[in-house]
Design a binder for this molecule. Structure first.
Ligand code: 7RM
Length: 649
């Protein structure tokens, strides 16, 4: 879609600077310090990255060249050797971190477990030995289909330790989705569990794997963790129990050094059409990017208890539950279940009981908490928190302010982190002690990241007008290719503007040069020649006291090009009515302008979302146009949501 004059109308001007005591202790404590480091990172990038790589990672051999760039292919730290698992574990042993909690786990039923760095290291060594004893070697692909339990991280790190390439398939995906992903990367082994807990029920992971494996000839071994004691069938010769092969293996394992460009993992992400894309990340650059961003964006300190609520099946779980956090020697909280089990205060109860200091979640969750009401957070002591984070979508200013006041008690900075599966690490975000925040803006780029907002010709657009977000230089944690489809890699990301990475997102910069992401460019609406970001219409709607969540889509319209259809879920206790529809229409017109007045408002009990909470507007578009839902729905969280929207016609 063309980017000409995306009408960007959000005008949020509130600016929040971190409290003085936060700044005083911050890893980057002033705007001047950020500017200085940023300038160094873009003026002499190879020098900057060489220094950072030496400071932040443990290398077995030094690289010969920092960057080899032949667009669109990058190699970072060429000739350097390291072991990612050793960086996340072994290097903390023999230091005061050895007996520090690496993972603090809470299962949904309430069971708790803490693994120190020493214990986690032993588990990973056992798992690495088990994988090797099954014949897995460097370069082999291993699918991981697990609940959010420490063993999911153990399995990932064990793969990294032996140079195998993991592909984590989110535990909520169907057997169809597992099958496609296994076949695409020809995985030799699967690591799964007899089940996982979700809202008091067992998710039948092993049964899903069994169904998938009817059509995956590459799989030779399945390792099954006993989590729920749910009966499962075990196929002799193929399936083995974790407690037989892992727990009994030696807790000593010598980590080999691997080339910096050794593939670390493939993570499938849904494309707008059919086949999911297997995003490939490699070792040295990815680990440097996640380690540095974790340290500076989350302002990690030795004493922090950090909790990112993302599942490991999502890039956020890879980068900011496992790799970037453990590499810093920090404590990572892992929670297995739903935010509203047994009650909608579960997250606040976890923060209270574990004295969480840094909390990172998604706007979709924040809006759900708002909808459930303030009484739940108010029941708990959240005073341990010192920093909040947001990821996954633009956060609407309404939700930002609620998060800031109700969860952060008005004292915690919020880092609104923009990045993608493809970017591997956070790209645009406040550094909390240095960059003043504006609710709804991801603010400014991280070190070495050079984003621009451009028109279709690649020319930078003026301040305050909309365009496409691109990244003009390679960065260490960038994806290297799409697994098995390098042409698609080039076409998808590097063809709109040769040599420049196209993110697929629409954006504008304000007069402070802050970045405001307005959503995926395919989601930009064109109403009577005006281009409007879905995020802006949705943000206007949720600023109304009756509205919990909203999704805006275009429906083909002879007169206007596109008519604006919005799907709205209401706050608890609010009744639907024609009068409310009219009120909301007027509300949007007042907030944005008459051009954005919705043509049609549809109340819905729920919106179709991916597992990571992103609204699937593609499906809503099809529903709005009156057609059937086609294309890939494997990433959809709950198909019944679509069915009920369709039946409401
Ligand atoms: C980390 C992640 C990537 C897409 C991205 C955006 C949207 C993510 C923000 C955001 C506005 C943010 N990876 N997105 N974070 N939009 N502000 N802070 O989400 O691959 O699953 O999705 O998500 O559209 O392109 S992802």
């Amino acid at each position: 879609m063309s980017s000409e004059n995306i009408t960007s109308v959000a005008r949020e001007s509130r600016k929040h600077t971190a409290p003085r005591d936060f700044q005083a202790q911050a890893n980057i404590g002033s705007f001047a310090r950020y500017r200085k480091l940023y300038a160094e990172s873009v003026n002499a990038p190879e020098k900057f990255w060489a220094e950072q790589a030496a400071e932040h990672l443990l290398w077995r051999s030094m690289w010969k060249k920092v960057l080899q760039w032949k667009a669109p292919h990058a190699k970072w730290f060429v000739g350097g050797k390291l072991n990612v698992a050793e960086n996340c574990l072994d290097r903390h042993l023999g230091t005061p971190r050895e007996n520090k909690a690496a993972i603090v786990f809470e299962g949904e039923p309430g069971d708790q477990r803490t693994l120190t760095y020493k214990q986690l290291h032993q588990e990973v060594c056992r798992c690495a030995n088990a994988l090797e004893s099954l014949g897995l070697r460097k370069g082999d692909r291993v699918a991981i289909y697990m609940p959010m339990v420490p063993e999911a991280a153990v399995a990932m790190l064990a793969c990294a330790r032996i140079g195998a390439v993991h592909t984590v398939v989110f535990g909520g995906f169907s057997s169809e989705a597992i099958k496609d992903r296994i076949n695409d990367c020809q995985a030799k082994a699967v690591i799964t569990a007899d089940g996982g807990w979700r809202r008091g029920k067992i998710v039948e992971l092993k049964a899903n794997v069994d169904r998938a494996l009817e059509a995956t000839p590459s799989v030779e071994h399945v390792i099954v963790l006993e989590r729920t004691k749910n009966p499962v069938s075990m196929q002799t010769g193929r399936d083995v129990w974790w407690h037989d092969v892992v727990s009994r293996a030696s807790h000593r394992h010598k980590a080999k050094a691997f080339d910096a460009e050794t593939p670390l993992f493939i993570l499938y992400t849904s494309g707008s059409t059919g086949k999911p894309k297997g995003v490939l990340h490699t070792s040295g650059g990815y680990l440097l990017g996640t380690t540095m961003t974790a340290k500076y964006v989350f302002d990690l300190k030795e004493t922090d208890t950090y909790w990112c609520t993302a599942d490991v099946g999502w890039i956020t779980g890879h980068s900011y539950v496992v790799y970037g956090i453990l590499s810093n020697g920090a404590t990572s909280v892992v929670y297995e279940g739903a935010p509203n089990h047994p009650e909608p205060d579960r997250f606040w109860s976890i923060i209270d009981r574990h004295a969480v200091t840094i909390f990172y979640t998604a706007p979709t969750a924040i809006r759900a908490f708002m909808r459930w009401g303030d009484a739940y957070p108010k029941k708990h002591d959240l005073s341990s928190l010192r920093l909040l984070g947001s990821v996954g979508e633009p956060i609407n200013p309404e939700a930002w302010m609620w998060y800031f006041k109700t969860i952060g008690g008005g004292r915690c900075p919020i880092v609104d982190t923009w990045w993608q599966t493809e970017t591997g690490a956070i790209m645009i975000s406040p550094l909390p002690g240095a960059i003043p925040q504006k609710p709804g803006s991801a603010t400014l780029p991280f070190f070495g990241v050079v984003p621009k907002v451009v028109d279709d010709q690649g020319k930078e657009v003026p301040k305050n007008s909309g365009g496409k977000l691109v990244i003009t230089r390679p960065w260490p944690a960038m994806l290297r290719t799409l697994w098995g489809d390098d042409d698609r890699y080039t076409r998808q990301y590097w063809s709109d503007y040769p040599g420049i990475y196209f993110t697929g997102d629409g954006c504008r910069r304000d007069s402070d040069s802050y970045f405001w992401i307005v959503g995926r460019i395919d989601d930009v609406l064109n109403v009577s020649g005006h281009r409007i970001g879905t995020a802006e219409v949705e943000s206007a709607l949720v600023s109304h006291p009756s509205v919990a969540e909203a999704a805006a889509v275009g429906r083909p319209d002879e007169l206007k090009g596109q008519a604006l259809v919005v799907f709205v879920t209401l706050k608890n206790g609010v009744e639907t009515s024609e009068a409310l529809k009219e009120t909301l229409r007027q509300h949007v017109a007042r907030e944005i302008g008459a051009l954005a007045r919705p043509d049609s408002i549809r109340f819905a009990a729920a919106l179709p979302k991916t597992r990571s909470g992103k609204i699937m507007r593609r499906l809503l578009k099809e529903i709005a146009a009156g057609g059937a839902v086609k294309g890939d729905t494997t990433t959809l969280e709950d198909f019944s949501v679509v069915a009920s929207l369709q039946s409401e016609g």
